[in-house]
Each structure stands twice: as structure tokens, then as C-alpha cells.
Design a protein around this ligand. Structure first.
Ligand SMILES: Nc1ncnc2c1ncn2[C@@H]1O[C@H](COP(=O)(O)OP(=O)(O)OP(=O)(O)O)[C@@H](O)[C@H]1O
Length: 231
């Protein structure tokens, strides 16, 4: 692993420049090639540290793209490169470590474990690395900022979608990362709660010198984006 060096506590250090080269989803090939897109079938470089917005109408492949970026779906032509290497060229152990320390994600379907409490959903991620990035006090502070303190001991099954979304946001923020990948992260939140969540996400990205890639349906002014794309 020429580009990966070991460092105590944080196993791998990478720049995490993400590049797309003529990426086209196989099941959506005809659909995406009929429209003009800044992403599909283009050469795109996501610059580390940048706040990136990808606007896309429903059904144009937001979730598909997020899954390609997080390397959990591979039914595409073209390439996704991380630090100049194909995603699939990294071995499984390195990819697992990257997901713990370099790339965090908020999925559209939120993936809250219903058999666990809200707090346990967050804790599961927080203690995944030997030296947790956030303290339990920090988690409580984030929960207070997002108005979910009162549901922390509640079962995941009983959380509303808005509560699930805020727990999923906190869970994504308790790990170190260079990129935060988010699929419609505010879709279940009112404007005030969405702005609170956006402010927290912006602060946490800046604290890490990290960037994010956010997909959404519409334009918004929640962040000072460095780059806008239309999917
Ligand atoms: N594995 C698959 N095989 C075939 N078609 C798929 C597959 N996954 C998604 N699709 C189709 O691809 C299109 C884009 O799906 P995707 O979930 O990426 O869209 P999206 O832009 O996130 O949509 P939404 O805004 O509704 O969440 C949809 O028409 C979907 O039915």
C-alpha cells in the first residue's frame, strides 16, 4: 500500500481525492445518457476539503451515486478512483479501515438499528476504533444541539423519521473522516432543525479539515458550497 502509512490510533492516512472517470450506472445507462449531467459520463474530481452539492431530481441516481462513492455497489462502467487508484484495487481490510477513519456516510434510508436505543446506535460507531474520536460528553452536546436528547434512551423502532435522521447525522459525525457523504440528509427535518444540523455538520467538517458530498433535490443556502453539480 504505497499511499497508506501506519500511525498509532489512526491506522491509515490518505489524501482521499475522489475522481470519477466516465461513470455510468449500467441499469440507468439509457436514462442518464439522454440527459445532460455534470457527473455521469464525465471526468470529475472531488477536491479534498471542499463542500460539494449535487442537485438531482428524483430517480436520476442520487442514491446509486452515493453507493458507488462508498463502494457498496459496483454495477457501473467507467471508474471511481481514490487517491489515483481504483476503489476495487484496495483490499477489504483497507476499505474497512477507510470507512472507519476516512469516509463517513449518511444513507437516505438512515439504517437505524431498531433493536438498539438511539444512544446505542451512535455508541456502536463511536467505539468502533480503539481511540474514539468523540467523547460521550461530545455526543450529548451534539444531541442537545439537534434537539434529540430526550430520545437517546428510546428504542430505534419507536423513533420518528426526523429523530432517526438526526441520530444518523450524529452517528456519522462521531468518527474521524476526510469525506462525509450524505444522501438527502435533511429530508425529514423542518427548516430550523435542518439548519441546526447543517451548522453542526459544517463545524465538524471544518474541525477535521474534511469535505462533504451532499445530494439533494433542490437548491439550498444551508452551506457555503465550494462546488455545485447537477446530476
Ligand atoms: N439495482 C438496480 N437495478 C435496476 N434499476 C435500479 C437499481 N437501483 C436503482 N435503480 C433504478 O435507478 C433509478 C435511480 O435510483 P436511485 O435510487 O439512485 O435514485 P434517486 O435519484 O436516489 O431517487 P430518489 O430521489 O427517488 O431517492 C430508479 O429509477 C431506480 O428504480
Amino acid at each position: 500500500m504505497a499511499r497508506l502509512r501506519k500511525k498509532p490510533g489512526f491506522l491509515y492516512i490518505t489524501v482521499m481525492q475522489i475522481q470519477l472517470e466516465n461513470l455510468v450506472p449500467v441499469p440507468l445507462r439509457d436514462k442518464v445518457l439522454q440527459r445532460s449531467s455534470d457527473i455521469w459520463n464525465r471526468e470529475v474530481t472531488f477536491t479534498p476539503g471542499h463542500f460539494v452539492k449535487i442537485k438531482a431530481p428524483s430517480g436520476t441516481g442520487k442514491t446509486t451515486l452515493i453507493h458507488y462513492l462508498y463502494h457498496i455497489r459496483y454495477d457501473y462502467t467507467g471508474q471511481v478512483l481514490v487517491d489515483g487508484r481504483l476503489w476495487q484495487s484496495y483490499n477489504k481490510e483497507v476499505i474497512a479501515t477507510m470507512r472507519q477513519q476516512q469516509v463517513s456516510v449518511i444513507f437516505q434510508d438512515l439504517r437505524i438499528f431498531e433493536q438498539l436505543t438511539a444512544e446505542e446506535n451512535i455508541e456502536l460507531k463511536r467505539v468502533m476504533i480503539s481511540q474514539p474520536y468523540c467523547t460521550t460528553e461530545k455526543v450529548k452536546e451534539m444531541a442537545a444541539r439537534l434537539n434529540v436528547t430526550h430520545v437517546l434512551s428510546q428504542s430505534g423502532k419507536t423513533l420518528s423519521y426526523g429523530e432517526r435522521q438526526r441520530i444518523a447525522i450524529i452517528r456519522a459525525l462521531v468518527q474521524p473522516f476526510k469525506w462525509l457523504i450524505m444522501d438527502e440528509p435533511f429530508s425529514h427535518l423542518d427548516n430550523e432543525n435542518a439548519q441546526r444540523a447543517a451548522d453542526l455538520i459544517g463545524e465538524e467538517c471544518r474541525a477535521r479539515g474534511a469535505g462533504f458530498i451532499l445530494t439533494d433535490l433542490d437548491n439550498d443556502t444551508r452551506f457555503a458550497y465550494d462546488t455545485h453539480y447537477n446530476l
